[in-house]
Design a binder for this molecule. Structure first.
Ligand code: BG6
Length: 462
């Protein structure tokens, strides 16, 4: 069968500044939370590899842009690093950074690759983190000002802006799950962080609209569609809906509808956990500044059942549901995550049916592989498994398109293998492999060659 996509479909990949650029002497970059945390506790990071030792995109971007071209990209998402542009988060703008981002954007455009720019990818400037990070209302104001600086500097050429990548992750990983700084387990503080992120995003959108630039602005959300163990069991269905409200609708609703999910508000109210900074004026800003464009990151679903295990010592989202292992699940054998291709289709249909069919695209999808070096043959990673993974997901994107979903593109995570927070280089995701032992040398994998064909033909046969 032929899977043909529209002629102007966006083909490409995504990465972020902190995961690719490195810290180069003389770049004037300030410290962010990851730079600082690595200095304090390197043993927490896989193989003790920190954010300075990455693919050196900061200096090697012209070469990497050629690699993007060679793998069929017509668009690529990067993120501006707040701590690079405004080293302390609030003060002077770093001119060296302005020059770098200008050159990067111009180089992408000159090579026919549209820059999609994101403003926040888990990289809080350290001086702001010391003041509480997203727990501090002043950080919301600082973010809106940083966003405005970016729009003024680069908005003449960048036409696709995103306020944040996966804002649920700082909530989940930093305040519930202990795998991002500050490794706190506290649902009240988590709720405050999430609310401030949603507000900061809306304020950044307001700043963008005020400037009257021609372009669009959105947010990138990682959607984890929630499936009840038994769709005929009301308790399982209810549990699944609450999980959906916590993990998906908590950001989908304010971003697209301008309001927060009622179930979530009721739960937080009952627990006396509504953010202390909530006020009508800010809620009106959220209501008035919804997005133009949604980026959907899709990796895996959530399998949910009614609560069976005892509640923990303090309130927690999982007081309302339990996760379970679907007996029919298919696993990524190289990473331990469920692969459920239909989840990408269900997410797109959800946006069509419940969110006004807003313009959207797949902004991340990908297959992490631990120890991918074992697949190296004659100098190239033979990642047939990744080709199958992308193909199987693209088939569902194609189906969603044919059913009227407003899906405009597909970006993979990621272009070049990149550094991933505490996991560092443990899981490789790229179309292009990076040889860290050999000064970051880049080689296109088999999947990168395949993707070039797909992008060139706007589709594939299977
Ligand atoms: C995505 C994030 O959700 O997952 C990326 O946006 C991250 O920043 C990627 O690198 C992969 O994560 P991991 O833990 O599998 O290496």
């Amino acid at each position: 069968m032929k899977y043909q996509f529209p002629a102007d479909f966006w083909w490409g990949s995504a990465a972020s500044g902190p995961q690719t650029e490195g810290v180069i002497p003389g770049d004037g970059k300030g410290e962010n939370v990851w730079d600082h945390w690595f200095k304090e506790a390197p043993e927490l990071f896989f193989d003790q590899v920190g954010p300075a030792k990455v693919s050196q995109f900061y200096t090697r971007y012209p070469e990497y842009i050629q690699q993007m071209k060679a793998t069929g990209h017509n668009s690529y998402r990067h993120s501006i690093q707040w701590s690079r542009l405004i080293p302390d988060g609030v003060g002077e703008v770093n001119q060296t950074a302005v020059d770098y981002y200008n050159k990067l954007i111009d180089e992408m455009l000159a090579n026919g690759i549209e820059p999609f720019m994101n403003l926040y990818h888990f990289d809080m400037p350290w001086p702001l983190q010391e003041q509480g990070g997203w727990e501090n209302y002043d950080v919301v104001t600082a973010f809106a000002r940083y966003a405005e600086v970016c729009f003024e500097l680069f908005g003449d050429r960048v036409k696709k802006w995103f306020t944040m990548n996966e804002p649920i992750v700082p909530v989940e990983a930093g305040y519930l799950g202990e795998f991002h700084y500050p490794q706190v387990v506290d649902m009240k503080r988590a709720a405050l962080v999430g609310y401030h992120e949603a507000l900061a995003s809306a304020k950044a959108i307001a700043a963008y609209r005020k400037l009257g630039l021609s372009g669009e602005i959105g947010i990138i959300l990682n959607l984890t569609p929630s499936y009840p163990r038994d769709a005929k069991n009301p308790a399982d269905v209810k549990a699944s809906q609450i999980a959906d409200a916590f993990f998906n609708r908590s950001f989908l609703d304010p971003a697209i509808l301008g309001t927060f999910p009622e179930e979530l508000v009721t739960i937080l109210k009952d627990l006396d956990m509504l953010p202390k900074t909530l006020n009508e004026a800010d809620l009106a800003i959220i209501q008035d500044n919804t997005i133009d464009l949604l980026g959907i990151n899709y990796y895996q679903p959530r399998r949910v059942k009614a609560k069976e295990t005892p509640k923990g010592p303090q309130p927690f989202p999982t007081d309302y549901f339990d996760f379970y292992e679907w007996p029919e699940r298919k696993m990524n054998p190289y990473r331990g995550w469920e692969i459920y291709e239909k989840g990408i289709y269900d997410s797109l249909i959800n946006i069509k049916e419940n969110y006004g069919n807003i313009r959207c695209f797949i902004s991340e999808n990908g297959m992490g592989v631990e120890g991918e070096g074992r697949f190296l043959e004659e100098g190239q990673i033979q990642d047939g498994y990744r080709i199958e993974f992308v193909k199987d997901h693209l088939k569902y994107v194609h189906q969603a398109l044919s059913e009227g979903c407003n899906v405009l593109g597909y970006h993979m995570w990621t272009c070049m293998d990149n550094w991933s927070w505490l996991n560092a280089y443990k899981n490789r995701y790229g179309f292009i492999s990076i040889d860290l032992a050999n000064d970051g040398a880049a080689t296109i994998k088999k999947s990168g060659e395949w993707f070039k064909q797909v992008a060139t033909n706007n589709g594939f046969d299977d």
